[in-house]
Design a protein around this ligand. Sequence first.
Ligand code: NOJ
Ligand code: CA
Length: 568
Amino acid sequence: MSTRWPAIFIFGFSLLLTSPLVSAQQTVVDVEGHSWWQHAVFYELYPRSFADSNNDGIGDLNGITSKLDYLKNLGVDAIWITPCFPSPQVDFGYDISDYENIDPMYGTLQDFDRLVAEGRKRGIRILLDFVVNHTSDQHKWFLDSKSSRTSAHRDWYIWRDGKGVSQPPNNWASSFGLSAWKRDPATGQYYYHYFYPEQPDLNWRNPAVKQAMFDVTRFWYKRGVAGFRLDAVDSLFEDPKLTDNPVVAGTDSFGRPNMDEKYNQKLPEVHDVLRALRKVADEHGAVLIGETYTSTIDELKQYYGEHSSELQMPMDMMFATVDKLSVPEFRKQIAAIDSAGGWPVLLIGNHDMARSYNRYGDGVHNDAIAKLMAALYLTLRGTPILYYGEETSMENNDPKSKEEVLDPISKLGWPLEKGRDGERTPMQWSADVNAGFSKAKPWLPVPASARTHNVESELKDPGSVLSFYKRLLLLRHSEKSLLDGEYVPLNESNPSVLSYLRRYKDEAVLVVLNMAGSAQKIDLDLFPQGLAAAKMTTLLTDMAGVLQDPSKGIALEPFAVYIARLTK
Ligand code: NOJ
Ligand code: CA
């Protein structure tokens, strides 16, 4: 089996990687000085829902290993697996009770090692999800912490006295509903939890916590992990004085007054920890992805760190959460991230937001729109992260009643808060029972659309969303302009069609995306780019016929994609 991985070029010298410790983040793969992860396509995979090898209705590591060839064929270079560590599963794995093991429902450490080894054979790197902000309340550190006010781990978490009888220490709210403080009757103090009460926040001001958490990363790096996605980094620190957050206008999805979380989110100390985590990552050639929910590009810039000393890959959630097909809005977000100085990290879906198929779909042209969105985030400068099933246009399958809900945020907030079950349903492998995911009843229900939208049928259909993704990803890996070219916006006042070049030296890839439900025609002026007389070769389109001469304009069907190579 061929692989892109072992042959790495460092300023012209080729190295053969044999050790799992060398994952080559710092090695350079092209003359532009890019690293492997800048040319890679990442794939986020929810292990409960990807593939069930032992037919208990829950996905597992051996299931993932069995699908590596599918991922390789799709064009995936790295997978980020959401938490698969031992956990009471209150937050489906984001409540970890042991950072250095695999939950038996997903397999064993040996299964994990096999996954890494099989991935390596195919040039697919494995990244894990590192939940840095909190542990499970069943973690041995917390069990000891709560056992007495003087226990060895007491200061590993954030304990405070209440403000009076039954009054929490301040007004901070949990992002999952109710107060962020829970009183523990055994010691009469409150502990802080930004998420569920079963997810107590670690006290990152305690050096022992830092040490223990850094050691966790070393444990996995030694097992061949290529990096981590860092969960909820915005939440790592809190104001030690516990100042109340200002209440602002409006209410949230739980009906609570909104707050400006200035005293418990994005404190400057976060950056010290990220720099330190990065140092450890660099010792192991690893890459750090951040769950960075920033509201401005300046905030996002800070996560790259001065001299790129923090996260290599902070996610641009401002791009990810554009919730409509708005050309001006996408244009604005692309320009913003492009000017940020760091390498963009682009996604359109994950396990916490409704599937892109529904968020952008109009209910009639959903497949065409799924291709349009794929063409957008897979042709921009930066590294894309696909969410499993996006490529087979999986749709949200929200619970129909409160009784069906599994995600606790929805149990609390139903019906206003629908929770996240809908975007976490089993991968749709075939039209068979349970979409070919498992022979047993899956932990979440498969939608009826799985009969038409599944890997097996879509692989056979050249017009399917999956076939489109495969062709796009092939282009992404082979067109120098798509890998390294700069982003050059075109026709910037057009409200319906998003057009841009990815320009690399004397050539460019032209991308034209019609975000309107009506036919459009655009004229391109490529004179300022010195490409007026360039030869245009169609690379990919979902339209039946197109004009081949840019000087005569390009006619676009509703929601059409047109991608061409321009050569001088
Ligand atoms: C962000 C994760 O993506 C989400 O799924 C989880 O519930 C929270 N962090 C808490 O860990
Ligand atoms: Ca299983």
